[in-house]
Write a protein that binds this ligand. Structure first.
Ligand SMILES: [Zn+2]
Length: 246
């Protein structure tokens, strides 16, 4: 690990996410680093050109280079962004001084990030995009890990509206303005930071480790909210960073 500074950018819309608690947990885990909380990334590093708009996707079944232009009339559904293109665009806004490996930038955002998978040739929602900067998508925390199968089954039947359905499954997924949002966000922050610690391999096969890559909301809740803990190997690694060096 060679970074010394962790810069956390708050999201424009917090949706129940307490960024100060994220900072506290990150600072506790990475005791040797200086951690600060900043205003939203696009306010801190001005995107005057609106370049992030170029990273939007409109067709989930086409890779980024084959994306169609913005449809007319514009759809009012949640805009989606290609996570890696967005990351590349954001990286260009960071000053040279802070583009150094000493600095980790952890961006919380209200933008919904997706990445294209060649296995099934379509985009999937992603809660975290590791790298520089690391991006944690707040809507991604809600939308990317899958809800219980029955939820989608009932949704497809269309017999209940979404709020009723969400009420029925309450507690089995993290929702907007949910008390568990912050703990889930801390988990993704830790994964993003371990990306640098583990040379790009932050995820763990142990289903009970905080570094488990949760594809299901129920895994996310178990590993980050109910029993946040590390497996033996990652616990040993985590304990190394706690101590402040003299
Ligand atoms: Zn582990």
């Amino acid at each position: 690990m060679d970074f010394k500074y962790i810069h956390i950018y708050r999201s424009d819309r917090d949706a129940g996410l307490c960024i100060d608690k994220v900072k506290q947990d990150v600072a506790e885990l990475f005791g040797r680093c200086e951690v600060d909380v900043r205003e939203p990334f696009l306010m801190y590093w001005d995107d005057g050109e609106g370049a992030i708009d170029e990273t939007r996707i409109f067709d989930l079944k086409q890779p980024f280079e084959k994306q169609p232009g913005r449809p007319e009339p514009a759809s009012d559904s949640m805009p989606l962004y290609d996570g890696f293109m967005l990351q590349r665009t954001l990286a260009q806004l960071i000053s040279d001084k802070e583009s150094h490996a000493d600095h980790v930038h952890l961006v919380f955002t209200h933008l919904m990030t997706c990445t294209f998978a060649e296995e099934d040739w379509r985009y999937h929602g992603r809660a975290v995009i590791c790298g520089t900067p690391s991006i944690v998508s707040v809507p991604g925390i809600v939308e990317a890990p899958a809800k219980p199968r029955e939820f989608y089954h009932l949704q497809a039947l269309g017999s209940q509206d979404l709020p009723t359905l969400k009420k029925q499954f309450a507690g089995r997924f993290v929702d907007y303005d949910d008390g568990r949002m912050t703990k889930a966000a801390v988990g993704y922050a830790i994964q993003a930071l371990f990306y640098f610690v583990t040379d790009g391999e932050p995820f763990c096969d142990d289903r009970d480790c905080r570094l488990f890559n949760s594809h299901w909301q129920e895994d996310l809740i178990r590993t980050q909210v109910e029993k946040p803990r590390y497996c033996r190997m990652h616990g040993r690694l985590a304990s190394k960073f706690k101590i402040k060096s003299e």
